[in-house]
Design a protein around this ligand. Structure first.
Ligand SMILES: NC(=O)c1ccc[n+]([C@@H]2O[C@H](COP(=O)([O-])OP(=O)(O)OC[C@H]3O[C@@H](n4cnc5c(N)ncnc54)[C@H](OP(=O)(O)O)[C@@H]3O)[C@@H](O)[C@H]2O)c1
Length: 348
């Protein structure tokens, strides 16, 4: 068995990929980062630790193409570029065919088997043929409303209903993400954007609900439903890039529901807001499992998406290295746990 350092590749060095690189360089041992790719032209040709602002030196010179990372023969790639399989599928297939494991926060990869069945089949086939494991994970989807929720049902007798709630202060996010989510629009623009699909809100609720129901052995009546309720700023809301004027959306509630036997079995709410506390929302994450032995969990403060997601990616590496080839989900693998030295980790 190869007990040398694990060869890790990175693709996408934005908020999540950059944080994963810093976590690896600053806090972990037992691996070599053999390649790192970004589409940011200013970063190409510079040392990884400089590009991601790591306090600890290390890592390769950043390149502009995934292909260059694959040619450095990584065992696993942390692929953090986008939310939608239409943008990520080809690269994931290339990695899998090359026999390289993939761990990605791509929301649609977390459970693509029903909504994106052809892409799921293509990735699964490439992974089995290449001998690679592919996993979509993160904080949401991946942890809060997925692996943590499934684990919490482990002490339940009967599960009658599941309710999840997460409220996030998004004032620190950039303008592009706000626009994609649905912040900074007139109510009419918000409505039109949703209908046209240009305002996506949070991506990943159907994936979480389908994953949990499958794990519990329950058949959903049909597709997960989602509805949005925008909040309109009464006073200007400060952001990193200026102000969202009064009369424009400064947040919204997104509610996803999965029906089983005609009843709303799983319901998950997400509030994304520039000023959640002043709008009356505590920034906590909570899960309530109703039944003969109810389980109520509150994480306070709620998880910060960037450190939590980057940690979930990095901490999933041992389980992915050990898993059988194919497209997997967080319900198939051991729960990710923080590791220190990958070379001596028992899972590889
Ligand atoms: N599952 C979860 O819990 C979770 C949590 C947080 C984020 N996410 C998702 O994870 C993804 C990454 O998030 P982020 O915050 O890091 O986004 P980000 O800051 O926009 O970073 C993505 C980076 O990837 C680069 N990129 C795009 N395509 C590439 C390619 N083919 N090769 C190399 N680099 C490429 C982008 O460059 P350009 O800007 O030049 O295109 C950008 O620098 C997003 O889709 C986000 O929604 C999921």
């Amino acid at each position: 068995m190869n007990r040398g350092p694990v060869r890790i590749g990175l693709c996408g060095l934005g908020s999540i990929g950059g944080a994963a690189a810093r976590l690896l360089l600053e806090h972990r041992t037992g691996f070599d980062i053999v390649g790192a790719a970004t589409k940011e032209p200013d970063a190409v040709g510079h040392p990884l630790h400089e590009v991601v602002g790591s306090a600890a030196p290390g890592g390769p010179t950043v390149v502009g193409d995934l292909e260059d990372v694959l040619s450095a023969d990584p065992q696993v790639i942390l692929y953090a570029t986008g939310s939608f399989l239409r943008d990520t599928e080809d690269d994931i297939v290339d990695c899998a065919r090359a026999g390289v494991d993939v761990v990605s926060p791509c929301e649609e990869l977390a459970f693509p088997f029903t909504r994106h069945a052809p892409a799921a089949a293509r990735i699964d086939t490439a992974a089995r043929e290449g001998g690679a494991t592919v996993l979509g994970t993160g904080v949401n989807p991946g942890f809060l409303f997925d692996s943590l929720l499934v684990a919490a049902t482990g002490v339940s007798w009967d599960v009658r209903t599941i309710r999840g709630h997460r409220a996030v202060d998004v004032s620190g996010f950039g303008e592009n993400i706000h626009r994609r989510l649905g912040i900074g629009y007139t109510p009419e623009e918000f409505e039109r954007g949703h209908e046209a699909g240009t305002i996506a809100g949070h991506v990943g609720f159907p994936e979480s609900i389908e994953l949990v129901c499958e794990r519990l052995g329950l058949l959903l009546d049909g597709p997960v439903t989602e509805r949005f309720e925008p909040f309109i700023a009464e006073t200007p809301a400060p952001t990193r890039y200026g102000q969202v004027p009064a009369g424009y959306t400064d947040g919204f509630l997104q509610r996803a529901t999965g029906y089983v036997g005609g009843d709303p079995f799983v319901q998950m709410d997400l509030v994304l807001h520039l000023r959640p506390e002043s709008a009356g929302f505590k920034t906590v994450d909570s899960l309530a499992i109703e039944g003969r032995h109810p389980v109520n969990l509150t994480l306070s403060p709620g998880m910060d998406a960037i450190p939590a997601t980057s940690a979930q990616l990095v901490n999933s590496i041992p389980g992915v290295l050990q898993a059988a080839p194919g497209l997997r989900t967080v319900k198939d693998l051991p729960a990710a746990g923080a590791w220190h030295d990958l070379q001596t980790h028992p899972f590889r």
